[in-house]
Design a protein around this ligand. Structure first.
Ligand code: ADP
Ligand code: MG
Length: 341
């Protein structure tokens, strides 16, 4: 064979390469599956993790389900129900749209997908090695089971860290997802180590329940709620008072339009707002939500969608900076009822 000639990659190989970007570790699988459940309009999402995710990651939801004839398609590359035209690309409201997660995951695991739509009598199932749908038992909604992560890629499997580390990533990912939607109920079992139940919350005055479970009672006690708007950009959430600084960055959540984001502009705006009030090397704690028109922020920068590009970065920086400064000021002025007791 002439090694200089070009050939198209076989599909399974193309999928495995794409999986390199989407599926870094068990936590990335969990993120993609739960995001799909959220996009499916689920009001309850149940998670089971075994073997720190390398044995089993199972996500069950009560969302709209998948049409039986689309089940195999859901596992094939660039197939999505969420995007129809390039104009839509700039106004993506769903968490997914690339149609890459399920085929990528299926190419490096043993995946089973069971789904039932309300208008059908029975559920149907496909597996990564058996794309012909078979009847199955399942209530309305979808279950995706992902077993034996990287079973066919020993080199990738070796890169997985200890069970303890992978569980930590899984739980952190779960916390982010659970904080992104208070209106969805969650249950999650992480091996024998941790079991968490979070009931769906309808009204904002009950949010501190979930906040306390995820961020700790101390955060709820030490944080101030803030809410600010500029035009159609809204920022809300909780920021800790400067004196409640901590060693870790473990309670730093920033969501843009329901998606958890790590962004330089935002980090800088927050850090600057605390300024000298935060001793060097110490961390603030915050859970913040920015919502803005979909065409003012581009999430299509990276497959994991952790990065964004703002159309008006300076404006966003200014808004966040000012809102946090004001909220911190309030915590400084407020006499803390806890310390007075
Ligand atoms: P994307 O989310 O980018 O569209 P995925 O590969 O994650 O791509 O999923 C492919 C398609 O499978 C989705 O567009 C959706 O139609 C369907 N799907 C996946 N998971 C679920 C689910 N839990 N409930 C309903 N439909 C789902
Ligand atoms: Mg998806």
């Amino acid at each position: 064979m002439n090694e200089t000639r070009i050939h198209a990659l076989p599909l399974h190989l193309a999928n495995q390469i794409a999986a390199g970007e989407v599926v870094e570790r068990p936590a990335s699988v969990l993120k993609e599956l739960v995001e799909n459940s959220i996009d499916a309009g689920a009001s309850q999402i149940d998670i089971i993790i075994e073997g720190a995710g390398s044995q089993l990651i199972k996500v069950t939801d009560n969302g709209v389900g998948i049409h039986p004839e689309d089940l195999a398609l859901a596992l094939s590359r660039h197939a999505t129900s969420k995007l129809h035209s390039s104009e839509q690309l700039s106004v993506i409201g769903s968490l997914g749209f690339r149609g890459e997660a399920l085929p990528s995951i299926a190419s490096v695991t043993r995946l089973s997908l069971i789904s039932k739509q309300a208008e059908h009598d029975c559920a149907w199932q496909v597996r990564s090695d058996q794309l012909q749908p078979e009847p199955a038992a399942h209530p309305n909604g979808t279950s995706v089971s992902v077993a034996e992560l990287f079973f066919n890629l020993p080199a990738r499997r070796r890169f997985l860290r200890s069970n303890k580390t992978e569980l930590h990533h899984l739980i952190t990912t779960f916390y982010r997802l659970a904080l992104s939607r208070f209106d969805i109920g969650f249950s999650a079992r992480f091996d024998e180590q941790t079991s968490i139940k979070l009931s769906a919350l309808k009204s904002a005055d009950t949010y501190s329940q979930r906040l306390a479970k995820i961020c700790g009672q101390a955060f709820v006690r030490d944080a101030n709620y803030l809410e600010q708007s500029f035009e159609d950009i809204h920022l809300s959430g909780w920021v800790s008072k400067p004196s409640a600084h901590r060693a870790q960055t473990d309670v730093q959540y920033f969501f843009i339009n329901g998606r958890v984001i790590k962004d330089r502009v935002i980090n800088h705006a927050i850090r600057q707002a605390y300024g000298d009030l935060l001793p060097s090397g110490r961390q603030a704690a915050y859970v913040l939500y920015l919502t803005m028109p979909l065409d003012r922020v581009d999430v299509n920068v990276h497959p994991t969608k952790h990065e964004v590009r703002f159309r008006d970065a300076r404006l966003i920086h200014g808004l966040i900076n000012k809102a946090i400064q004001e909220a911190i000021q309030e915590t400084l002025e407020k006499t803390d009822p806890q310390t007075e007791l």
